[in-house]
Design a protein around this ligand. Structure first.
Ligand SMILES: [Fe+2]
Length: 171
């Protein structure tokens, strides 16, 4: 999925491959070690980001940089692969979507998101955010503010596009 998406959207395939390979690199690392890595790097996490499901994205980005000397694009894609963020780069979008829809995921709508990812990254992201947020809400889980901002950003971009289209036809 990652490589196909990278080729399809013109992203750097080797960086995409590296980010995909490394994105969960600290998932099995003891929690305290992850916290230490992040602290040493000067990243300040919110309470929500300190949750076990999210923290590995932050610690993973630090380790990818320290241990493998990965470039900023790869570290960013690792850092935002769980929460997403406002104004993601192309590589960050691809890694977020590929992680959400990776083989073995069978939540309702997953195949629609996979298809959409090759048609419109914006639409795929919005559907991905909506699906993820519904699941988090139904479980009574916390929601990282970055995901809300990421969703607002993509929706605003889409509306702006629509507005521009409308204006274009008025002239
Ligand atoms: Fe992960």
């Amino acid at each position: 999925m990652v490589e196909r998406l990278a080729v399809h959207w013109g992203a750097d395939v080797s960086l995409a491959r590296r980010a995909a390979w490394l994105h969960d690199i600290t998932k099995e690392m003891p929690y305290e070690e992850q916290l230490q890595l992040i602290d040493e790097h000067g990243i300040i996490l919110t309470g929500t980001q300190r949750s076990k499901k999210i923290i590995h994205a932050f610690s993973g980005s630090v380790l990818a940089w320290r241990k493998f000397d990965e470039p900023e694009e790869v570290c960013g894609a690792i850092r935002w692969h769980t929460t997403a963020r406002r104004g993601m780069t192309l590589l960050e979008k691809i890694i977020w979507l590929a992680d959400l829809t990776e083989e073995g995921r069978d939540f309702s709508g997953v195949s629609k998101i996979r298809d959409l990812a090759f048609k419109s990254l914006t639409d795929a992201l919005i559907m991905g955010f909506d699906t993820t947020l519904s699941v988090l809400i139904s479980r009574g889980s916390e929601i990282d503010a970055n995901m809300i901002e990421a969703r607002n950003f993509e929706i605003a971009g889409k509306l702006k596009g629509t507005e521009d289209e409308k204006n274009r036809f008025k002239q």
